[in-house]
Ligand binder design. Structure first.
Ligand SMILES: Nc1ncnc2c1ncn2[C@@H]1O[C@H](COP(=O)(O)OP(=O)(O)OP(=O)(O)O)[C@@H](O)[C@H]1O
Ligand SMILES: O=C(O)[C@@H](O)C(=O)CO
Length: 432
């Protein structure tokens, strides 16, 4: 237990957790990320911030609330002075939750009257203007997020989206107030409180504005948002970025693999680029899994047979038509879970056969993989792309993991990522 723990974070998926952990680390905090609530015996060292990665984005709202409250209690137990609820910069959720219900529960448990909701992440082209979320040049509802396999986002008005998820009154702090500075934002909070609003969506279109918002919210007991709005918090608490950010992370020697279960547009582009670059690749089809035509052992045996000096790629990423076909046959949940399960088992068996450097694409997919690997805690390494660091396991099997959010990273991410690790000694072809 450390009394110096400044910030306790609850992330609704794993790649979102690493995204937030990277942001806080870049801004000078010592950060540890845990998978689920930190077990009482887990040594968090002298962390300034702990990010608890849940897999609660798409589970029933009551369960998401229960898990988030358990995480909040564990973080408070370890001394966390403030709580941060991290969700996706594309506000991934359904009308039943889970952003509203979890925010509501955290306000309740901390006895707070107000929090903010700000998913803006300009480095990844997510901006909020007049309460509307943009992905690049498009409204959220016109972006590829409208076809997400689990949380299709068909409304860009976040005040409206959030209001459908909560009994609390939702308000807006618009652009011109944010542009006027931290004092103006705090005055807007006072007006919101007087109007009975409990969650205010805050506009932000630039990093400078996110830093201003950080200064305005650093004393709130609960902040909710994407990783972007965490940018200004460390400085407001007196932390400063360290100059010695490592270029390459030392990583355990071993083979390299990409596991992609994300069907997001960026991941599909990265899969296509990796195929074009000649990466040995194995495509997993949920219909083959459901029909018993494909098993994890076949995938693992294939991977082990590939040249040991190259990364292999195992992917189920498919375009919206194929995803729709799989979902029509199996149901949305089963189509997702059957792939997640397979990739989890494959990751575990690959790790046992000498694959120690893994890139995983997709938040749900990463959650399944990390659970199957039994990873309890991660240390944050260098940034590969905005929102995606290398990480290294803190206990159990020594692994380097890059957990990539579906829509993050440039086209060459799957090959470029491995270049940010210190070179591995080339292992034997068998992978042992
Ligand atoms: N071919 C497929 N057909 C149907 N569902 C699939 C297919 N391939 C993967 N899936 C499922 O789609 C879901 C993708 O979610 P995941 O969170 O992993 O990616 P993402 O949404 O792109 O990433 P993020 O949450 O980081 O933005 C998973 O449940 C996965 O198992
Ligand atoms: O905020 C984001 O976009 C990511 O960290 C994420 O949560 C995607 O799953």
């Amino acid at each position: 237990m450390t009394s110096a723990l400044r910030l306790g974070c609850i992330a609704d998926d794993l790649t979102g957790a690493t995204d937030l952990a990277l942001m806080l680390a870049r801004e000078g905090m010592r950060v540890v990320q845990t998978t689920g609530c930190p077990a009482p015996d887990l040594d968090l060292g002298d962390a300034d911030a702990v990010v608890v990665a849940l897999k609660s984005r798409t589970i029933p709202a009551a369960e998401a609330v229960a898990q988030s409250l358990a995480a909040a209690a564990a973080l408070k137990e370890r001394g966390a002075a403030h709580l941060f609820f991290k969700y996706c910069s594309t506000f991934d959720s359904t009308d039943a939750g889970n952003i509203g219900p979890v925010a509501e529960a955290l306000l309740d448990v901390t006895g707070s009257d107000l929090t903010i909701a700000c998913p803006a992440f300009p480095a990844n082209r997510r901006t909020v203007y007049r309460g509307h979320l943009f992905v690049g040049d498009l409204l959220l509802s016109d972006s590829s997020m409208k076809d997400h396999p689990l949380t299709p986002m068909r409304d860009a008005n976040l005040v409206r989206v959030l209001q459908r998820q909560t009994r609390l009154r939702v308000g807006l702090v618009p652009y011109e107030i944010v542009a006027a500075g931290a004092e103006a934002i705090r005055a807007a909070f006072a007006r919101a409180r007087a109007a009975g609003e409990r969650i205010v969506v805050v506009d932000a279109v630039s990093d400078a504005q996110l830093r201003t918002i950080g200064a305005a919210v650093h004393d709130l007991a609960v902040v909710t948002g994407g990783s972007g709005v965490a940018m200004g918090l460390p400085a407001a608490w007196g932390f400063a970025p360290s100059a010695d950010a490592a270029e390459r992370m030392p990583a355990p020697a071993g083979r390299q693999a990409v596991l992609a279960g994300s069907c997001s547009a960026a991941t599909r582009g990265q899969v296509a680029a990796a195929l074009a670059a000649g990466l040995p690749a194995f495509r997993v089809d949920p219909l083959d899994l459901a029909a018993g035509r494909l098993a994890a052992s076949a995938v693992v045996d294939w991977a082990v047979r590939q040249p040991a000096d190259r990364a292999v790629m195992i992917y189920s990423s498919a375009d919206p038509d194929d995803v729709a076909r799989a979902q029509a046959a199996l149901g949305r949940e089963r189509a997702g879970s059957i792939v997640e399960e397979l990739l989890g088992v494959v990751a575990r068996d690959l790790a046992a056969r000498g694959f120690t450097r893994l890139v995983v694409a997709g938040g749900e997919t990463s959650g399944a993989v990390v659970a199957a690997l039994g990873v309890r805690a991660l240390r944050i390494g260098p940034e590969i792309a905005p929102g995606v660091p290398w990480t290294r396991t803190l206990d159990g099997t020594d692994l380097a993991l890059a957990l990539k959010s579906g829509n993050f990273g440039a086209e060459d991410f799957f090959t470029a990522a491995f270049e940010r690790l210190q070179p591995a000694a080339v292992p034997a072809r068998s992978g042992h």
